[in-house]
Design a protein around this ligand. Structure first.
Ligand code: MN
Length: 338
């Protein structure tokens, strides 16, 4: 944290970014960092390789999020003195911006809570016990400059913690998480409003697509493994955007007996996005890591550059094996002797 404070104080034009297809923690930590830097009279700029998902539009009242356009924006990278990468452990997950940033030679600090890393950044501040990158930003501020906390920052931090803990119900919700949350409420955060912005804004066509998904869930391993397809065809029939399917995998996992839920999303004919969700016994991020992805033990993602049918043939046996290993207490599931 001292490194981050020192680097921030030494530099003025600061680029903030996070992973492609940003989630609540990516966007919340970017917004919190932006407001923090503004308060100390720095010149921050958020560049993201992906557009802002519309349910997070409320974080963008001051138009702080900029969708990176290589053709227009690449030359501006040389104006930055420092880059802060949040909630992600490798350049490759920054999209086109990652390649350009690497090439630019700008000094990069990474603040993150993910275990899978490439160790390519100049400085890495990583705490895998943190529920969210946003809780690390909370600590950064409260441990050194608590007077800088304000409602804009607190709201943004809340968004990251709420979304990464599944609204304070996943295993990463610790006493510390709740203590941070309590302090954020003292700063005036309104949890109901933030929750509704993010989770109660689904479009009717997205609900229709969810209905189609639920009619086509497949099962294996005596119902412990559940998976589903979302194809271009299904999205077209529902009139829904194929990328707006957050929470579908979590929902399928709520089924009785299901330990592992996997989404196969046909982004393009040969670009299949996978989402892995576990109830907390079966570890899935190693499978994700093998296939151009990563994440947490019980929530991860990957990409397969083949058809959806081939992706299924490849991944389902790996998931079945992982469940078998868990049931047999083999490998990493072996009970320790002490
Ligand atoms: Mn996160």
């Amino acid at each position: 944290m001292e490194i981050i404070n020192k680097k921030i104080s030494e530099n003025y034009n600061i680029l903030i970014t996070s992973h492609v297809r940003p989630d609540g923690d990516a966007l919340g930590s970017e917004a919190a960092m932006y407001h923090l830097l503004k308060r100390i009279k720095k010149n921050p700029q958020i560049y993201n390789a992906s557009p802002l998902p519309w349910e997070f539009g409320f974080l963008n009242e001051n138009k702080i999020f900029h969708h990176y356009n290589r053709a227009k924006d690449k030359k501006s990278l040389s104006e930055f003195d420092l880059a802060i990468v949040l909630d992600v452990g490798s350049f490759s997950r920054l999209g086109e911006l990652g390649d350009d940033l690497k090439e630019s030679g700008i000094s990069v600090i990474c603040l993150d809570h993910h275990p899978i890393r490439s160790h390519e950044f100049d400085y890495e501040v990583v705490d895998t016990r943190a529920a969210a990158t946003c809780s690390l930003i909370y600590e950064l501020i409260m441990e050194t400059n608590p007077h800088l906390m304000n409602l804009d920052i607190a709201n943004a931090i809340w968004v990251g913690i709420m979304t990464d803990t599944g609204s304070f119900r996943f295993e990463n919700t610790t006493p510390k998480t709740m203590k941070i949350a309590a302090r954020l409420l003292d700063f005036g955060v309104t949890p109901g409003a933030l929750y509704r912005h993010i989770y109660e804004n689904k479009l009717p066509e997205q609900m229709l697509l969810l209905g189609m998904v639920l009619q086509n869930v497949k099962y294996a391993c005596d119902g412990q493994l559940a998976w589903f397809f979302i194809t271009q065809e299904m999205a077209r029939k529902a009139g829904a955007k194929i990328e707006e399917v957050d929470g579908y995998t979590d929902f399928v996992r709520t089924t009785y007996g299901v330990e592992v839920a996997i989404m196969f999303l046909e982004r393009e004919k040969k670009n299949i996005r996978l989402n892995f969700r576990s109830k907390g016994n079966v570890v899935l991020n190693e499978i994700a890591g093998k296939h151009d992805g990563g994440g947490h033990a019980f929530a991860s993602g990957a990409t397969i550059f083949d058809t959806i049918e081939e992706a299924e043939k490849l991944i389902i046996p790996e998931a079945q094996q992982e469940i078998k290993d868990w049931q047999a207490g083999k490998g990493k599931y072996a009970k320790s002797k002490d």
